[in-house]
Design a binder for this molecule. Sequence first.
Ligand SMILES: CC(C)(CNC(=O)c1ccc(Oc2ccccc2)cc1)c1ccc2c(N)nc(N)nc2n1
Length: 326
Amino acid sequence: MASIQETIEALRDKLHHYNYQYHVLDNPVIPDADYDAMLHELIELEENHPEYQSDDSPTVRIGGEPLSNFVKVQHETPMLSLGNAFHDQDLRDWDQRVKNGTGREDVSYVCELKIDGLAVSLTYENGRFVRGATRGDGTTGEDITVNLKTVGSIPLRLPEDANLEVRGEVFMPHGSFQKLNAAKEENGEALFANPRNAAAGSLRQLDPKIAARRNLDIFLYSIANDRGKGLESHHEALEYMKSLNLKVNKETKKCASIEDVIAYVNHWAEERKNLNYETDGIVIKVDSLPLQQELGYTAKSPRWAIAYKFPAEEKMTTLIGIELSI
Ligand SMILES: CC(C)(CNC(=O)c1ccc(Oc2ccccc2)cc1)c1ccc2c(N)nc(N)nc2n1
């Protein structure tokens, strides 16, 4: 007969696994009703046995008590911004600067969709999610850990005791955005102008139970401190992140030349309308980490990365109002 503690631990492991399959692999392995039943069984067990409470239990995803304010967080590694490109030629000029800066002709790149959401930083200690923060001004952000714990695609524990900080973009998928605005319309409340504002507004809620209802999602795109992993390329870093159950966008692609990059950019300039989340460009990075180090940084952004910006679409105007809690 398993002890209460063994039962609780086994339930947690199973729920973490089902959560990963559903939110990261987009591959549900049990019906939602079964997941909910197991989650409520765990909630009850934890309530009756507070001595086994754990802050990386799947039950934290429903959100605890509201905060009175957000605590400021200093980023160990600054969250930098990106230089912009608007035309194919800008990308060729940047490629030439990269080649001049490294003395190499054979530079390969990684292309990533630029998600129109909110940049965040996630810190894992001994394989457990211990802190999540907004970008803020790049040096100081806000601790929104309790809200990020409600995002199903953010693992609360990793498959190994890794210590790392990763960066990514939290976003609200189109379907969730439409549902949220329909509910606000129903309640005569001000609508969100776009999914980015809806995601930012949801993460700025002091009550994590509201964030938990907003169906937020995340794509991770860099490791801020790959201590001791000895990774050679950005592509490897992304593979390592995937091996840790971290969600990396599947459209990310390695490109052998800037012409391949331009082909990828022009493909997604059209294709992005078929995605179920907003993008505002493509981020291109030199793949080799040693070449990234050689190129270094300007005051606010890396020389080894650039953002190709898609032309902004005209935005519909909406009433600006105080967001009540839905
Ligand atoms: C490339 C980087 C700017 C992240 N990298 C950093 O922020 C960063 C920060 C300090 C670094 O090293 C330093 C350490 C200490 C001091 C200065 C730099 C290295 C990278 C970036 C920014 C925005 C991105 C975005 N919206 N989408 C995708 N897909 N990728 C993105 N990538």
